[in-house]
Design a protein around this ligand. Structure first.
Ligand code: AMP
Length: 191
């Protein structure tokens, strides 16, 4: 199985690139942000709790996220070609748990790091906010999310780098140029 972690700051293009990867490689796409937003939309008590956290640009607890991933891995069909993890892991504790959950199933994952300059990230998210309807695509929350990213998520890249399961790519390019870089990496990993 070809398991990819698409890592990058909020607004780095993880969702867009995931769509390209799904189209070419037929991998299963798990966006934890999408799963959480669906829970909010369903209006459950858990959804209300999550809504308060996401709207502040904070992270949902590791325990909840790890349980969600375990459930997702259990639901994968036998003919699954691999998974794109989009938005997970976001902390080193989540990365350690993912490594263990995958190892239990004789699997591993490689991290692809989408590197994008901060000013572009902010512009992209402000623009997305005009149509996304997302409660967290506003300047105040964007700044908070970027801080959380630098403090809690950036160390995840080091975790995979130390395990030599890491590729960094230049995300300051057109969507097609970014995908071309990802495509090259996936061709290497496939063999
Ligand atoms: P995203 O759609 O990936 O930008 O995620 C939107 C928000 O969902 C994040 O700012 C977090 O509040 C929450 N979230 C998504 N994935 C995770 C995760 N792996 N751990 C904790 N919180 C998450």
């Amino acid at each position: 199985m070809l398991n990819i972690i698409l890592c990058g700051a909020p607004g780095s293009g993880k969702g867009t690139q995931s769509d390209f990867i799904v189209e070419k490689y037929g991998l299963s796409h798990l966006s934890t942000g999408d799963v959480l937003r669906a829970e909010i939309k369903a209006g459950t008590p858990l959804g209300k709790e999550i809504d308060a956290i996401i709207s502040k640009g904070q992270l949902v607890s590791d325990d909840k996220m790890i349980a969600l991933i375990e459930h997702f891995l259990d639901s994968l069909s036998k003919d699954c070609k691999g998974v794109i993890f989009d938005g997970f892991p976001r902390t080193v504790a989540q990365a350690e748990a993912l490594t263990a959950m995958l190892a239990k199933r004789n699997m591993s994952a490689t991290l692809i790091d989408l590197m994008v300059e901060e000013q572009s990230l902010i512009e992209r998210m402000i623009n997305r906010g005009k149509t996304s309807g997302r409660a967290d695509d506003n300047l105040e929350t964007i700044k908070q999310r970027l801080q959380v990213f630098h403090r809690q998520t950036a160390p995840v890249a080091d975790f995979y780098l130390e395990q030599r399961n890491y590729f960094a790519i230049n995300g300051n390019k057109s969507m097609q140029q970014v995908f071309a870089q990802i495509d090259n990496i996936l061709q290497i990993l496939k063999h």
